[in-house]
Design a protein around this ligand. Structure first.
Ligand SMILES: NC(=O)c1ccc[n+]([C@@H]2O[C@H](COP(=O)([O-])OP(=O)(O)OC[C@H]3O[C@@H](n4cnc5c(N)ncnc54)[C@H](OP(=O)(O)O)[C@@H]3O)[C@@H](O)[C@H]2O)c1
Length: 257
């Protein structure tokens, strides 16, 4: 069976997506920076499912990261039929709190590497009778989020890009799905440096990464263009659409300032 390639598979939502895809019979290719965690996750999955599980430790903020992932697959003759662009993170707090380089690295992971991986793998995916791309957006894809501004904008890109590509590829064997999780109990808030107020709100509404991953994988195989995880997140996206933008942004601002 061809491989499922999952970025950001060392922990959180990506790890859960990897576990579900292995249970559904896929061999796996896992990419993230933490080699110790990748080794552990791949051993756990191999022991539980006897699926092949190869991993690559790589910083996806490097400018040539997508090419390195693609070359690794070519060199080892891994045929990818499911591409999961999951790796991503936020930078919470005032925009100028972070250096230009820190913003560049985040945008590189959230936007540029995701786009380049999609572009590099697409011709190969189109050769297969069935292939899938899954991109991870966010509830932040639906509105500006002050004090998480660049992250929210990057996730608006992911959703818009995914929907556009879904339509472009509609008559092909490749489907593109974007799932948009709200607060999920992972390392996200720590990595993003979310303050106490935002953390408390996240804890109140947190879904488990396993629940989010199940929705993601089901949506992928149903070839859905866009899925918001959980009733609360669906409701908040609805209100973000319904209410004046300044009201929605004012509420979001209180969480992250
Ligand atoms: N948790 C939430 O509340 C939430 C809500 C909406 C959307 N999301 C999105 O869900 C996705 C998964 O995040 P998560 O919640 O599972 O967070 P997480 O637990 O922090 O996992 C993030 C994953 O991305 C990898 N990653 C981060 N920076 C990387 C880099 N420079 N190079 C390679 N890999 C990198 C991490 O691996 P290493 O650290 O080992 O590199 C890890 O495997 C992200 O796109 C995030 O934006 C999360």
């Amino acid at each position: 069976m061809p491989f499922a390639l999952i970025t950001g598979a060392s922990k959180g939502i990506g790890k859960s997506i990897a576990e579900i895809l292995a249970a559904r019979g896929y061999d796996l290719l896992l990419v993230a920076r933490s080699s110790d965690l990748l080794e552990k996750v791949s051993k756990e999955i191999q022991d539980a499912t006897s699926k092949t599980c190869a991993w690559l430790s790589l910083d996806l903020s490097e400018s040539q990261a997508a090419e390195k992932v693609y070359d690794w697959c070519k060199k080892n003759q891994y045929t990818v039929s499911v591409l999961v662009n999951n790796a991503g993170y936020g930078l919470s707090g005032s925009f100028e709190k972070y250096s230009p380089l820190e913003h560049e690295q985040m945008l590189q992971v959230n936007i540029v590497t995701l786009t380049k991986l999609t572009r590099l793998f697409l011709p190969d995916l189109l050769q297969l009778p069935e292939a899938y791309i899954l991109n991870i957006g966010s509830s932040a894809s639906y509105q500006a989020v002050p004090f998480l501004s660049a992250y929210a904008a990057s996730k608006a890109y992911v959703l818009s890009f995914s929907r556009g590509l879904h339509q472009e590829l509609k008559k092909t064997s490749v489907s593109v799905t974007c799932i948009c999780p709200g607060p999920t109990d992972t390392n996200f808030v720590n990595r993003a440096n979310v303050g106490a107020k935002g953390q408390k709100t996240a804890e109140r509404f947190n879904m488990t990464p396993q629940a989010v991953a199940k929705i993601a994988v089901d949506s992928l195989f149903h070839r859905r263009p866009e899925v918001i995880t959980g009733a609360m997140n669906k409701l908040s996206a609805f209100f973000a659409w319904l209410l004046p933008k300044t009201v929605v942004e004012g509420i979001a601002k209180k969480l992250y300032d």
